[in-house]
Design a protein around this ligand. Structure first.
Ligand SMILES: Cc1ncc(COP(=O)(O)O)c(C=O)c1O
Length: 392
């Protein structure tokens, strides 16, 4: 069974359900290679687990600290796949990785503090730090390696610097951070007594086993490490909003639980979503393997398209289902360029720029290729034939 064939993309369902710049928000003939959300239905054990959960008709409150079996599944996932000796007792399931980032930022930072984030990176780091009332300091990455320049990084630290946020693998660059660089970052954080917050939501979309979790036993031990992750990217479960935070010890876990608002019942991850999460992590690795195999082919098609277009500098993504090429010629107004693309080619992409991925993302576009071969080929052909590509 090919889970990722053209026949498996149900456009009718996507037009009803896929929002966030995707099928449900665009004219019918526009192909969205926009938000990082796959066009395929999820693995069957997940829908089975949801059916099973609803069968007896009970939808009672869940435990504020999360369902034990889900926390265990995350612990096993991290132990098995990332050689990280995490404890389920210190894992907090939360309502999305986005909420996890906001809650961690609120726990670690207060007004007057500051935190360092990479540039470029997804906008959630800035939003969560600013929401906590703290200052964001952006440090440039080498776009080919997703690594910081250490000399540059030192300049950002003062007495009020409390944390460094990393995105591993990096959205939008599609690059993982090397083990060596993670060790350098741990040494840096240790020297300046900083928390390291590692967003690892993309870790499982890894084409050459290049991803090392910040919690890996292979890295230098350091107590102030927190992982934020979720199941939107690896298992396509964005609408169930399944996120989690891995804390280093009981004290941090208790602080996070308090900060999360779960104890008030105002916030928390639904037990139905956690049932789906258990099935995903315990029973769906076969599906993830097949997804990666499909994505490998789609990545090559995308790289071939970029080369053929002759519009962009080359990129070398080794993770995620994103590419983030830079235009060879400056584009004065990226939003206008993308609107024109939508008119001429009926394809939608995500712009680079300050509002999306910080300042170093100007003059880039982001393409998500988590769709079928046929849809991707149609999108690329339309773009290559559009006057703005042909008459460049
Ligand atoms: C790096 C990164 N972190 C967090 C998120 C948000 O994940 P969630 O759907 O769990 O809120 C995304 C989604 O695109 C992401 O790319």
């Amino acid at each position: 069974m090919d889970f990722f064939s053209d026949n498996n993309v149900n456009i009718e369902a996507l037009r009803k359900k896929a929002f966030n710049y995707r099928w449900a928000t665009l004219p019918e003939d526009v192909i969205p290679l926009t938000a990082a959300d796959p066009d395929f239905p999820v693995a069957k054990p997940i829908t089975d687990a949801i059916s099973d959960y609803i069968k007896d008709g009970y939808f009672s409150y869940g435990p504020p600290e999360g369902i034990h079996d889900f926390k265990n599944a995350i612990q096993n996932w991290y132990r098995r796949r990332y050689q990280a000796d995490v404890s389920s007792d210190f894992i907090l399931p939360v309502n999305s990785a986005a909420f996890g980032l906001f809650t961690v930022a609120k726990m670690l930072l207060k007004a007057g503090d500051n935190a360092i984030i990479p540039n470029p990176v997804d906008f959630l780091f800035r939003k969560s730090i600013e929401h906590a009332g703290a200052e964001v300091r952006t440090a440039l990455l080498d776009k080919a390696t997703a690594c910081f320049d250490l000399d540059n990084l030192k300049e950002f630290v003062d007495a009020n610097t409390k944390a460094i946020f990393i995105c591993n693998p990096n959205n939008p660059l599609g690059r993982s951070i090397s083990k060596e660089h993670l060790n350098v970052l741990i040494a840096f954080a240790s020297k300046h007594d900083l928390w390291i917050v590692s967003d690892e939501i993309w870790a499982d979309i890894d084409f050459d086993h290049s991803v090392t979790s910040i919690l890996s036993d292979e890295l230098i031990a350091y107590p102030k490490r927190i992982v934020v992750s979720g199941l939107s990217k690896n298992f396509g479960l964005a609408s169930l909003r399944i996120g989690y935070v891995i804390c280093p010890n009981e004290k941090t876990f208790e602080e996070l639980l308090h900060e999360s608002g779960h104890l008030t019942t105002a916030f928390g991850l639904s037990p139905l979503a956690q049932a789906a999460g258990i099935a995903a992590l315990n029973d769906c690795e076969f599906w993830l393997d097949a997804f990666l195999e499909h994505l490998r082919k789609m990545r090559q098609l995308t790289l071939d398209f970029l080369e053929q277009s002759n519009l962009f500098y080359p990129v070398h993504p080794n993770t995620t289902y994103l590419v983030f090429p830079e235009f060879k010629m400056p584009v004065s107004n990226i939003e206008m360029w993308l609107n024109q693309l939508k008119d001429q080619a009926r394809v939608a992409l995500v712009p680079g720029g300050n509002n999306w991925f910080e300042s170093a993302s100007e003059n880039h576009v982001r393409i998500c290729y988590a769709t079928s071969e046929k849809i991707l080929n149609v999108a690329f052909e339309r773009m290559l034939n559009a006057p703005m590509f042909r008459n460049k």
